[in-house]
Design a protein around this ligand. Structure first.
Ligand SMILES: Cc1cc2nc3c(=O)[nH]c(=O)nc-3n(C[C@H](O)[C@H](O)[C@H](O)COP(=O)(O)OP(=O)(O)OC[C@H]3O[C@@H](n4cnc5c(N)ncnc54)[C@H](O)[C@@H]3O)c2cc1C
Length: 716
């Protein structure tokens, strides 16, 4: 209501301005013809006229009315160079700031909520360099004054910053125009004020800060290298540390473009994903799912039976799966590609030198023009009293430790309700363990919408997981062979007896032991990088879990492209890493897959959205598979065919998501998904039906009403 009031006031004042023909007065001719009269007023009462002039100037600029240039000339003609400049300098900055505040008050929320996701990078740029951009714009008076005020109001720049940067930045331009005003009699046209050479000077003045900034950046970049002696020549173009997804892809790209590259891995080629993460966990999930299906075979018209199996064989299968995939990431494969693979522990000596503690013994030093750090992350182990005494496994140790067991642990505690904890809890419950999952917050998989957490929790509980949300692990105790976890809930402690404990409370980037500290490379939970994935040293890059902010294999591979390309070709062209469309899946059953915004995200960020849902209990294939559970939920820009985010819960959700990932990446909307033929009967049809729901919600009702009348008329 207040906004409407303000809008009405502005429109009324603007209408009055034109109604009383003030716009005629604020022309060069109008000014010239009225000048004698104005001067007489000024002579009679200089302070009053000066004050009134300042006020009028503020009103004209605050309302973004045309005439500021003429008023600036008038200031010169009436008050002379010194006072004219002083009055205009303050009046224009105050007026500009008022226009800025009006624009911010009326429009900023709307613009940010509508385009907030796309404006993210822009907002970050403004937060970082907004004052600088504004200064550059203000220096060059060819950029429309009122437009800068209104557009800046939509950004996140602080009002005070806007004010003083405007005042300083506009000073030179003000001086030129006020000076021109002191010779108003000789001035025939406005365009005459800015001669081509003066205009060029202004442009140069505007470009100067940009050039200065580049030079400052360059000097800053050089300064970090002070104290180091850069080698005259390098052994390699690129050294990559860590052979997980991030490192492998970096090395692969470098070898493909014929760079000389060394890839250093201290432990196993393939890193966490192949050896301790995605691959073994998905192999385990498959065995657990088969056991689950046997137990519920009556769903398919068969006799249900309690699965009997050798746990050793289940674990052996997991290691067989790893062994089958291993050749994809092997030393042999990468050596054939032209990558020099070295097995050993790497340490940064200086920005170009890496020392390797070779696994076979001895050390070796190599230099490279650029280095990619892809050293990954490791399980975070909380400082829980008694934990070491009772013993625990993490994703790093589980696969070896449990491979020695004849049976799954009878009573298993899973600490942590994130994706890894949930996948493992459900799998072991399905394989027969009595699993208690402990999560400190009020729900599991907190990153997803509440209804998603609820569905996932229901599934896990149905599979027998004892779910303790809002429970904090307090300590572990051991008495003889008996192991206990003490948890606290609502101020009350309770005890869980267990045989094995999986610690899955998150993963922390590997940041120590390989020279980051010595080189002063900044870390904040992960290695701090800029948009190009450069660390403090522009020739040292980071990719994957160690760089964050995501911890997925596909993101590590995605970042690796940017790290490797910027490392090798950054002198010519650098690419900003693009995080706009990042998908992920949690492989609980039913799977939870997401790309882009969830409802929770949209609300937190204040982004306006429309939502459509398609329930999988309606999908023919889901019914045929007796798996009619879950939904496809799509968020779109209100009134537009633009996808903001998709969450799918259901069987094959991770695979189904791919169509939406493609659509979002390439700017395709739901009309395009709907217009694409999907094979019947497939799970992928769910995507088409979700798009259909959206179409129905946006049906042109008025046209349809007319069509109804038309058809009635045709029937006679
Ligand atoms: C149980 C589990 C399940 C997961 N499931 C999935 C999933 O389904 N999908 C998904 O996308 N992601 C999943 N992840 C995450 C995924 O494994 C990681 O995001 C991915 O491995 C990150 O790759 P990276 O290259 O950054 O690091 P890593 O794979 O950790 O590789 C880093 C490598 O660097 C080596 N290294 C470290 N320091 C040095 C040094 N100084 N010198 C030499 N070598 C060094 C390490 O030995 C390691 O091999 C899962 C993770 C876990 C633990």
């Amino acid at each position: 209501m207040k906004k409407i009031g303000l809008l009405v006031l502005i429109v009324t004042l603007a209408a009055g301005f034109f109604y009383f023909d003030l716009n005629q007065l604020l022309t060069l001719q109008g000014l010239k013809s009225g000048l004698v009269e104005f001067e007489a007023w000024r002579r009679d009462s200089p302070i009053l006229v000066g004050g009134a002039f300042l006020l009028l100037y503020v009103i004209v600029t605050a309302l973004s009315l045309p005439g500021a240039v003429i008023m600036t000339l008038a200031a010169g003609a009436l008050f002379g160079l010194l006072w004219g400049t002083l009055i205009v300098s303050f009046a224009s900055s105050i007026g500009a700031t008022l226009a800025f505040l009006v624009s911010r008050y009326l429009l900023q929320d709307m613009v940010q909520s509508r385009f907030g996701d796309r404006l993210k990078a822009f907002n970050e740029g403004i937060a970082r360099d907004g004052a600088f951009y504004l200064f550059t714009l203000r220096l060059v008076p060819i950029f429309p004054f009122f437009l800068i005020n209104l557009l800046m109001g939509l950004t996140a720049i602080r009002a005070l910053t806007f004010y003083w940067v405007s005042q300083v930045g506009m000073f030179a331009g003000t001086l030129v125009y006020v000076n021109a005003g002191t010779q108003l009699g000789q001035l025939e046209r406005l365009s005459g004020i800015l001669s081509p050479s003066l205009l060029l000077s202004f442009v140069l003045l505007g470009v100067f800060p940009l050039i200065a900034k580049k030079i400052v950046d360059l000097v800053k970049a050089r300064r970090v290298y002070a104290g180091f002696t850069k080698p005259k020549s390098f052994d390699r173009n690129l050294i990559v540390i860590g052979a997980g997804a991030g490192g492998l892809v970096s090395a692969y790209i470098a070898a493909t473009v014929k760079a000389k590259v060394t890839l250093i891995e201290a432990h196993k080629m393939g890193g966490d994903c192949l050896n301790y993460g995605c691959v073994p966990s998905k192999a385990l999930i498959k065995s657990a799912k088969v056991a689950h299906q046997m137990r519920h075979a009556e769903n398919y018209g068969l006799n249900s039976s309690e699965p009997t199996f050798s746990f050793k064989k289940v674990m052996q299968r997991i290691h067989d799966v790893i062994a089958k995939i291993e050749p994809h990431d092997s030393v042999e494969r990468y050596s054939k590609m032209g990558v020099d693979v070295v097995q050993g522990y790497a340490k940064l000596i200086d920005p170009w030198t890496v020392e390797i503690q070779l696994n076979e013994g001895g050390t070796r030093r190599l230099t490279a023009r650029s280095i990619v750090l892809a050293t990954g992350a490791r399980p975070f182990v909380p400082d829980l009293p008694g934990l070491d005494e009772v013993g625990y496994v993490t994703s790093d140790t589980l696969w070896e430790t449990f491979a020695k067991l004849d049976e799954p642990p009878k009573r298993l505690v899973v600490l942590g309700g994130g994706p890894i904890g949930c996948e493992l809890a459900q799998s072991f419950a399905r394989l027969g363990s009595v699993v208690t999952q402990v999560e400190r917050s009020s729900r599991i998989m907190r990153r997803e919408d509440e209804e998603v957490s609820k569905l996932a929790q229901e599934s896990l509980v149905q599979d027998g997981v004892i779910m303790l949300t809002s429970h904090r692990a307090v300590r572990c105790e051991k008495e003889g062979e008996s192991k206990r976890l003490i948890v606290e809930h609502d101020g009350q402690e309770s005890t869980i007896e267990f045989d094995a404990l999986i610690c899955a409370v998150g993963r922390e980037a590997r940041l120590d032991g390989y020279g980051l500290e010595n080189l002063g490379i900044e870390t904040k939970g992960t290695i701090v990088t800029n948009d190009y994935l450069e660390t403090l040293y522009p020739n040292i890059f980071a990719a994957g879990d160690v760089a964050g902010p995501y911890q997925f294999t596909h993101v590590a591979a995605h970042q690796a492209w940017y790290a490797a390309v910027n490392a090798l070709f950054g002198t010519f062209k650098k690419f900003r890493v693009d995080y706009r469309v990042i998908p992920w899946t949690t492989f609980v059953d039913p799977e939870v897959a997401r790309v882009g915004l969830s409802e929770q995200d949209a609300k937190e960020k204040g982004i306006a959205y429309e939502m459509v849902r398609y329930e999988l209990d309606d999908l023919d294939r889901a019914i045929a598979d007796s798996a009619a559970k879950g939904f496809v939920k799509v968020l779109t820009v209100p009134g537009k065919d633009k996808i903001l985010g998709v969450t799918i819960v259901g069987e094959h959700a991770g695979d189904l998501l791919a169509e939406f990932v493609l659509a979002m990446k390439h700017g395709l909307g739901l009309n395009k998904v709907l217009g694409t033929i999907h094979t019947y009967p497939t799970w992928a049809e769910a995507n088409k039906y979700a798009a259909g729901e959206w179409k129905r919600a946006h049906a042109p009702q008025r046209i349809l009403n007319w069509l109804e009348k038309y058809h009635a008329w045709r029937r006679g």
